[in-house]
Design a protein around this ligand. Structure first.
Ligand code: 5GP
Length: 186
């Protein structure tokens, strides 16, 4: 019988380097990416059905009502959620799945799937996080303030919720640590 696939939840503040780490890990590891639904608009370069399923608020609310989401949360005035079915289908045939979600959703996944492997990507410091967010240049001052506030709240609860905390003081080291978690715990 095929052994069931595992669920890796990767969370961490915006600007922690989480997205770049996940992109690299997906390139190198044999793992599926869970494509979230979101009500926010695509950024340049983002492809519908690859990075996200971009949906209207109406359609998103319908997905909630129909019980299609494993978890969902509001973040920066937009809704984000993880469709449950593709994960169940992948896990059933032995495929591991990786979720890139914020912390409120991570908590819901932990409640619904206590077997999930919970990974938190932490920036080296709040000062470094602020510097990174400002350097990105695609985020307004107000947005940066919001994201910093969310980040400090997240860091405070991370210790309890997550099985592994990966400090992103070096990109290659952080990628290696996540890869090791995925390959080691099979
Ligand atoms: P962004 O808009 O920068 O792509 O994502 C903003 C935040 O939403 C990130 O922390 C990202 O991990 C999170 N996120 C993306 N998809 C989901 C999802 O399906 N559920 C939840 N709860 N958060 C998500």
């Amino acid at each position: 019988m095929t052994e069931a696939g595992r669920l890796f939840v990767i969370s961490g503040p915006s600007g922690s380097g989480k997205s770049s780490i996940i992109t690299e890990v997906l390139d190198l590891a044999d793992i599926d990416f869970s494509i979230s639904a979101t009500t926010r608009l695509p950024r340049p370069g983002e492809v519908n059905g690859t990075h996200y399923n971009f949906v209207s608020r109406h359609d998103f609310e319908q997905m909630i009502e129909d019980g299609e989401l494993l978890e969902w949360a509001e973040y920066n005035n937009h809704l984000y959620g993880t469709p449950a079915k593709p994960i169940a289908a992948a896990n059933e045939i032995g495929r591991d799945v990786l979720l890139d979600i914020e912390i409120k959703g991570a908590r819901q996944v932990k409640d619904n799937r206590p077997d999930s492997i919970m990974v938190f990507i932490s920036p080296p410091s709040m000062e470094e996080l602020e510097r990174r967010l400002r350097n990105r240049g695609d985020t307004s001052d107000e947005d940066i303030e919001d994201r910093l506030e969310i980040a400090s709240e997240q860091m405070a609860i991370a210790e309890d919720l997550f099985d592994h905390i990966v400090v992103n003081d070096s990109f290659t080291k952080a990628v290696d640590e996540v890869l090791r978690l995925i390959t080691d715990e099979s």
